[in-house]
Design a protein. Structure first.
Length: 133
C-alpha cells in the first residue's frame, strides 16, 4: 500500500509539472518549458537530464527497467517524450524531435503501451492542445 501511494504521488507530481510545461512549450513556443519536460522525465528516472535526454532509445528503456518502476511509468514517459518531440518539430529542430519520438516509441514498445493512447491524467491537456491546432 505504501509503495502504491508513493507511486501515485510521483505520477501526480509528474503529470502536473509536465502538463504546465507542455502547454507552454506547444502553445507559447517556450524552449525552456520543453527542457522542463525533459528534466521531469530525467528526474522520474533519477538520471541527470543531460545524460537521460541524450540516451539512445534502447538505452533509455534499459534505464527505465533498472529503475524498477518502468512498467508503472512507461505510458506517462512515452506521452511526454512524444509531445515534447512535437514541440521540437514545430521549432524546426527535426533531429531532437526524431530522437524524442524514437525514445517514446521504444518506451511504448518495450513496456507494451499503446503509443497513440493518451494517459487519462493527460486527457484535459490533450483536449486543450487539440483545440489549439
Amino acid at each position: 500500500m505504501l509503495h502504491r501511494d508513493y507511486l501515485l504521488e510521483i505520477i501526480s507530481r509528474f503529470v502536473e509539472t509536465v502538463s504546465v510545461a507542455l502547454r507552454r512549450a506547444l502553445l507559447d513556443g517556450s524552449h525552456e518549458s520543453a527542457r522542463e519536460v525533459e528534466d521531469s522525465v530525467a528526474a522520474l528516472l533519477d538520471l541527470d537530464p543531460q545524460t537521460a535526454m541524450n540516451l539512445a532509445p534502447d538505452s533509455l528503456v534499459t534505464m527505465m527497467l533498472l529503475s524498477g518502476m518502468g512498467d508503472s511509468l512507461a505510458s506517462y514517459v512515452a506521452y511526454a517524450l512524444d509531445r515534447v518531440g512535437d514541440a521540437y518539430d514545430d521549432w524546426g529542430d527535426t533531429q531532437t524531435a526524431e530522437l524524442r519520438w524514437d525514445q517514446a516509441q521504444a518506451v511504448s514498445e518495450s513496456f507494451g503501451c499503446d503509443q497513440n493512447a493518451v494517459p487519462e491524467e493527460f486527457a484535459e491537456l490533450e483536449a486543450q492542445l487539440s483545440a489549439a491546432d
